[in-house]
Ligand binder design. Structure first.
Ligand SMILES: [Zn+2]
Length: 439
């Protein structure tokens, strides 16, 4: 056992006093859970719920369905027809935005993490011919023109631009700032509902876990297709970071369900660390799965995916892994996508809509020939003990993986009985072997 290569034996163990020490087999991150802190409620004691003002339905926030014109021109939307079938509509003109109700919509983020200018100035990125044409067509209608100018103005105002500078800008100055809406690399996938149907108070937000399994499947598959599309944005795109922040404590700016996709010109530090680990130890995923199985951390399983309580994570974490040979999200077939989505949906449902959480997608950068696996982590951003970590690089966590496992399993068992989640095997019913990670 060398220091560089943590063995499965040191992955997770409980000491005599009840402290649980964990080590992340992919990153080496060390986490301790000290006893006696795990029984507190997960939800932070936040604001008291208030009654919902239903006269504001469709207007609760800028992501709501009656405020389409406050966000940049839409790239695509999913609509559901009366017979229950789903359709994707791409590049709708402004005058047709209200013809249908989007179950999910893909729009450019108004405040990009990596801006259009970054791509332009560092990589000479300019809109493709198709993107140019789409922009010209969008602006050719008066509704489209007003929409784009309105959104550019709102962005400038929000960025704190001086009133005099603002007034001096001509329409063509403003239009030049709209390229990013048609050829940018930071997109959002937004759900339709702000609150669940029939909600009475402000705590009843429409989180991932409140969607139906079918809606969640559409949401997940739409996200995967959008990732593939962003890889085509520019030859300099090397990774498309994909994540979902739920609630303010987890970094969300609106309490309205959305995922984010950000094209970047580098591999993330996390990805690089995993690639390095994988080169040294090609069996690492099988090893993690074995630890999860032998230490009784498996939560749920279906024919094409498995979910487990993660170990060695800074926050209490649930991990969803598609099975079979490694494939990127946009490469798996419909059944694997559905199975993966069903488990992720169930993990969200078991977590509860009141718990702030980050959903993080990990996948193989397409320019790397390494069998890195697509996985999704769901991290509960509940309070941790601060101060100690900086000096030691040992992270303290309030819930050990077995406590996470137990809480989630109890909820899942209830929800499976109620038919609120897709059929799946739970806990002790799960059966995994390394064969499941091959075709
Ligand atoms: Zn909203």
């Amino acid at each position: 056992m060398s220091k560089q290569r943590p063995s499965a034996d040191s992955a997770i163990h409980r000491l005599a006093d009840g402290t649980v020490k964990q080590r992340n087999l992919l990153t080496g991150t060390e986490v301790w859970t000290v006893p006696g802190r795990g029984h507190r409620p997960l939800q932070p004691a936040g604001e008291q719920p208030t009654p919902i003002d239903h006269t504001r339905d469709g207007h609760h926030c800028a992501f709501c369905e009656s405020r389409y014109l406050e966000t940049p021109p839409e790239k695509a939307r999913l609509v559901r027809d009366a017979d229950g079938s789903w359709r994707e509509l791409t590049g709708l003109p402004a005058e047709h935005l209200d013809d249908t109700v989007a179950e999910f919509r893909r729009i450019p983020n108004l405040f990009e993490i990596v801006s259009y200018n970054y791509w332009l100035l560092n990589h000479g990125h300019v809109p493709s011919e198709a993107e140019h044409r789409r922009m010209a067509q969008y602006l050719a209608s008066s509704q489209g023109y007003d929409h784009v100018l309105g959104v550019v103005r709102a962005r400038l105002r929000a960025s704190g631009m001086d009133q005099a500078d603002f007034a001096a800008l001509s329409d063509s100055d403003l239009l030049r700032q709209a390229n990013g809406f048609f050829s940018g690399g930071h997109d959002l996938i937004i759900g339709r509902r702000h609150f669940v149907d029939g909600a009475q108070d402000s705590s009843q937000l429409a989180s991932s876990g409140t969607l139906s399994p079918e809606e969640h499947h559409q949401y997940t598959a739409f996200t995967a297709r959008s990732m593939a599309d962003l890889y085509g944005l520019d030859p300099a795109v090397r990774y498309v970071a994909t994540f979902q922040n739920w609630l303010k404590a987890a970094g969300a700016s609106f309490d309205h369900l959305h995922k984010q996709l950000v094209a970047i010109d580098d591999h993330s530090v996390q990805t690089q660390a995993e690639l390095d680990r994988l080169r040294k130890d090609p069996d690492i995923y099988a090893e993690i799965l074995k630890v999860a199985a032998t230490r009784k951390l498996l939560v749920a399983q279906n024919d094409h995916a498995v979910a487990m309580a993660g170990f060695g994570h800074r926050y209490p974490t649930l991990a969803v892994w598609p099975l079979h040979a490694p494939r990127n999200p946009w490469e798996v077939d419909e059944e694997v996508m559905r199975a993966t989505s069903d488990l992720l949906h169930a993990m969200h449902a078991a977590t509860g809509s009141g718990v702030p959480c980050n959903e993080e997608w990990y996948h193989r950068p397409p320019d790397m020939e390494v069998p890195m696996r697509w996985r999704i982590l769901l991290k509960w951003r509940i309070s941790t003990i601060a101060g100690f970590e900086g000096g030691t690089r040992i992270y303290l966590n309030t819930l050990d993986p077995w406590a996470v496992h137990q809480r989630v399993l109890e909820s899942l068992t209830r929800m499976r009985e109620a038919g609120a989640i897709a059929p799946m095997r739970l806990g002790e019913e799960c059966r995994v072997s390394p064969d499941l990670l091959r075709d």
